[in-house]
Write a protein that binds this ligand. Structure first.
Ligand code: ZN
Length: 423
C-alpha cells in the first residue's frame, strides 16, 4: 500500500503549470490577487522592499493569462514574470507602498472554478515591513542556488503571450538574493470605472407578482432598472449594463453569468414583492445565505427562484447549489461586500424617507445572488400587494426617488471601498 502511495507522490506533472488568469480584487481591508491555474501547485510568497513588491515563486510555468486589470486603488503599478532557474518561475507584483501578506492559500478546482492561488495583502507602515518581509507563505522545493541575474519581464495586456523571458546565465551564487532589474515601463490597461450590472427581475412569460392595481412586477422592475441606469451614467463615474432592456425572460443563472462575464463590481437585481397580508409594505434588501432570515423570507426566495419554472425553463442544467458555493473561501469576501452594500442601501433609504420593511436587510438563497466573485444584492423596492406601495411604484417620480437613493448608496459604497484601499 505504501509503495503505491510513494509512487503516486513522486509522479511528476505531465505538463508545465499554466497561469491562465490573474485577477485583482479590491476589498475594504485588503487587496487580493488570484491566479487561476490549470493544476494544483506549490508556491512560495513573500514581500521585498526597495522597491516595494510581492514575490510569488512557482514551479516553471507557462504564462497564458491575457489582459491583466490593475486594481482600482492604484496600489499595484506593475506585474512582471521571469525565470529563476530551470524549475522555478517568479511573478513579481510591484506596489507603491510597503505591504504585508495577510494570507496565501490555494483552492482546488471545482465545477465552476479552476485551481486558484489566492494572496491577500494590505498596506502597512514602512517599519512593519522589515519584519513582515521575513515571513514566507507556502513552500516550494528550491534549487540549491538561485541565479542572481534572473530577470523578469513586464507582463502587459498589449504584449500578448508568449512572453519573452530572459535566458539565464550560468552564474551560481550561494546567496539567495535574486534581483529584478527590469524597469517599470509598460503600464497596465487603463483603470476602468466600476461596472454595475442591474437586473430587472422576471420578464416575458414570467410577469412576477401581479399588483393589487393589476400592474406587473416585471414592468415595474424594468422601469426602475432603466431609471437607475440613466442616473448612474449621468454621474460619469460608472459603466452600467442591464441584464435585459426589454420585456423578455432570462434564466436566473444566465443573469449571474452576465454579471460575471462583464466582471461586474456590483450586481443589483430589482424586484417588487407580493404577500398575502395586504398591510405589509416597504423596501427590503437581500443578500445570499443558505439559511433564510425567517419563514416569510424563505417563501419569497422560493417564489423568486421559481421564475425559471414559470418561464418554462428546463432546470436540469442549473448550476451548483448555493450551499456548495458557500463552502468556497473566496466567496466570503464577496458576501461581506454584499452585506456592506445592503447596509449602505438601508441607511441611505432611511435618509431619503423611503419606506422600509421591518428588519430591511435579510438573507436568503436567491439563485440570482450566486456569483462567487461579484458583490450582489436583491432589492425588493416595495409590495405590489399593498395599495399604497403599488400606487407609489406606478409613479415615475417615486421610481426616480428610489433610483436617486440607490445612486447615493452606490457612491458611498465605492467611496468607502476606495478609501479603505488607499490607507
Ligand atoms: Zn420578483
Amino acid at each position: 500500500m505504501s509503495l503505491v502511495w510513494g509512487f503516486l507522490v513522486y509522479v511528476p506533472y505531465a505538463q508545465a503549470l499554466s497561469i491562465d488568469t490573474v485577477r485583482f480584487g479590491t476589498h475594504p481591508d485588503k487587496t487580493r490577487i488570484v491566479l487561476e491555474l490549470d493544476q494544483p501547485t506549490d508556491f512560495k510568497a513573500f514581500v521585498l522592499n526597495d522597491p516595494y513588491r510581492i514575490v510569488i515563486d512557482l514551479p516553471a510555468y507557462e504564462w497564458n493569462a491575457g489582459t491583466i486589470k490593475k486594481p482600482k486603488n492604484g496600489l499595484v503599478t506593475d506585474l512582471r514574470t521571469g525565470k529563476l532557474d530551470t524549475i522555478t518561475s517568479r511573478l513579481v507584483v510591484d506596489v507603491t507602498k510597503p505591504v504585508a501578506i495577510r494570507s496565501a492559500f490555494t483552492l482546488p478546482a471545482s465545477a465552476s472554478a479552476k485551481n486558484r492561488l489566492v494572496i491577500d495583502f494590505q498596506v502597512v507602515s514602512a517599519n512593519t515591513t522589515t519584519d513582515e518581509k521575513k515571513k514566507f507563505f507556502g513552500e516550494l522545493e528550491q534549487q540549491p542556488a538561485i541565479n542572481p541575474a534572473a530577470k523578469t519581464t513586464n507582463v502587459n495586456a498589449k504584449i500578448a503571450a508568449p512572453q519573452k523571458i530572459e535566458t539565464q546565465t550560468n552564474t551560481i551564487t550561494p546567496a539567495r538574493k535574486p534581483t529584478e532589474t527590469s524597469k517599470v515601463t509598460n503600464p497596465f490597461t487603463p483603470l476602468r470605472k466600476p461596472h454595475i450590472v442591474i437586473d430587472a427581475g422576471h420578464g416575458g412569460q414570467d410577469p412576477g407578482a401581479i399588483g393589487i392595481n393589476k400592474a406587473y412586477e416585471k414592468n415595474i422592475a424594468l422601469a426602475s432598472a432603466k431609471e437607475l441606469k440613466k442616473k448612474l451614467e449621468s454621474t460619469g463615474r460608472y459603466k452600467v449594463s442591464l441584464t435585459r432592456d426589454r420585456d423578455y425572460y432570462i434564466k436566473l443563472y444566465k443573469r449571474v453569468q452576465i454579471a460575471r462575464a462583464k466582471k461586474a463590481d456590483l450586481f443589483i437585481s430589482i424586484h417588487a414583492d407580493s404577500i398575502d397580508d395586504k398591510n405589509v409594505r416597504g423596501a427590503s434588501v437581500y443578500t445570499l445565505s443558505n439559511k433564510s432570515s425567517d419563514a416569510q423570507t424563505a417563501k419569497l426566495a422560493a417564489r423568486e427562484n421559481r421564475s425559471d419554472i414559470i418561464a418554462g425553463v428546463d432546470l436540469t442544467h442549473e448550476d451548483k447549489e448555493v450551499s456548495d458555493i458557500l463552502l468556497d473561501l473566496a466567496m466570503r469576501d464577496t458576501m461581506n461586500q454584499s452585506k456592506f452594500f445592503a447596509n449602505t442601501v438601508v441607511s441611505t433609504f432611511k435618509n431619503h424617507n423611503i419606506g422600509l420593511l421591518r428588519k430591511p436587510h435579510r438573507y436568503a438563497g436567491f439563485a440570482v445572488l450566486k456569483a462567487p466573485d461579484v458583490p450582489s444584492v436583491l432589492l425588493e423596492i416595495g409590495f405590489m400587494s399593498n395599495r399604497q406601495d403599488a400606487a407609489l411604484l406606478a409613479r415615475s417620480s417615486y421610481r426616480s426617488k428610489v433610483a436617486s437613493a440607490l445612486v447615493e448608496s452606490i457612491n458611498r459604497y465605492f467611496q468607502t471601498v476606495e478609501k479603505n484601499q488607499s490607507q
